[in-house]
Design a protein around this ligand. Sequence first.
Ligand code: NA7
Length: 559
Amino acid sequence: MLRETYNNVDIVIIGAGISGMCAAIEYLKTHENAKLMIFEKGAGFGGTWRDNIYPGCCCDVFSNLYSFSFEQNPDWTRLYPTQDEILTYLTSVAHKHRLYKYARFNTTVDEARWNEEERIWEIHVVVNGGKDAEYGGEYTVTSNFLISGVGQLNIPKYPHITGLNSFKGKTMHSARWDWNYPLAGKKVAIIGTGATAAQIVPKVAKVASQLTVLQRTPAWVIPRHDAVIPDWRKLLIRHVQPARQWFRAESMKVRESFHEAVTQANSTKANEMRVISLSHLRKQLPDRPDLWEKFTPKYSAGCKRSVLSDDYYPTFLQDNVILETRPIERITETGILVLGEESETRFDLIIFATGFDTFDYMQPLQVFGRKGKSLSEIWNGLPRAYKGVTVEGIPNFGMLYGPNSNLTHNSLILVIEAQSRYINKLANAVLDSKARGKPLLLTPKPEVVQSYNSNLQTVLNKTSFADPNCNSWWKNSEGVITNNWPGTAVEYQNLLADIFWDDYDVEEGNGRESSVLHRRGIAQAEKVNQQTRLGNSCSLCIHTNLILKILGYLLYSVR
Ligand code: NA7
């Protein structure tokens, strides 16, 4: 005897981060008696914001944009949210939408296999939680649709440095921070100078006796201008809905305007960004021309993730902080030896702020599609998806934050919402058909995936991401950009607003083409609207807009 909803469900979502949560909420909108399961290898909701708890961890997107459009948060305390605030927000959203009911934590999906005969997914999981594992250490669940929400920044990347494992002191990766280790008075090295390191460095420098920052490539650093949001402004945002909407739309405009700067190396905006960054450097380190050269990037702004920081550069004015730009030769039992030195520098702790494995999407999880072909075989080292969400040869499957859907200039939540709506439309078609007693298979046509991706690569090759003078977690060793979307957030939302059924191989239970979907032609996945709805066409609107503009000015400028 099997318990009905324990092993068979309509939808399985892998991952309980922002992506998995968003997909679940979207599905629950239209399914009251949902047969949904969310598997998460960690112990709660939050994904990357649960994993990354290092000192100083925060987001470099405005807080009001780093929230779901359907759950805007009037309680943000700062213009840029901190990790703990984001986690609190996500936890409250999970509670509000009753997601806990569907989640199985401490449970790792290790294999998802499409069963061609039964036309269902078989998802094998391993239970990591002590007591839960006593009920059964591993088991299989079947579902009609599978959604991956595992994200791109999931697996910590450790550098390949000779002797790394011989170090006898303490090591930690930024995404696996050990708060039990006291930093006070310690000699600390940090490897990496990306967005993560720029947040850790100022905090660790305050307590460590010595901090050495090992930089391989400098980042473009621009001012952050973070600030506390005063209570009166929070009240206004909580109670005056148009003000909240307008403020978000204005933030959206600001972030979208960065797009040109980070994608078009020769544009006016890119030049402005370089000027702002270089003047920031000189202003913050006025008497240190020795550091200007070391901190000046030799690649296009936007080729790597830019850093937004007000306190990174000034940290190097502290006596206990050293910038080391000579390459690391090896790690020894007691420290790090850099090129040109005869002996190592001794450290108590080495922090790896070296990013994530971003090219092996979904690894180590094994996904097998039609005819038992694995995702790795289909991709053959080059992850690609149709519109970043569906994959050839893998039916009834959707990826959130999949290949080429990363934004570098705006909030990723905008992307994830659009993807959730698109994928849920596909899932609904599959589940509606199931309700009529006919299993339905939706797989993107290989030629459609191929043509979409070759056009995408043509566009990407002309962006700053492709600049050969830098490497990044977006570009593989052959220079192929596998992670980024080249357009604006709004362009991506528009791309996903419609589903063209012709883009899919559509098979019903009997193997024939489904007439149901073909008659529909296009389905609207509904656009996520970020813009102000108020136009300028009537005098009332003009006045309302004017009032909101004044309000917006106050919101931005009065602290
Ligand atoms: P990133 O942006 O991938 O940065 C990793 C950093 O680690 C970067 O400075 C690397 O230098 C450095 N790195 C990696 N391997 C080595 C070795 N072997 N030796 C020296 N230095 C090394 O990761 P983050 O965690 O900072 O940010 C990831 C994203 O999280 C970020 O884009 C935001 O979206 C949030 P390199 O530049 O490769 O020379």
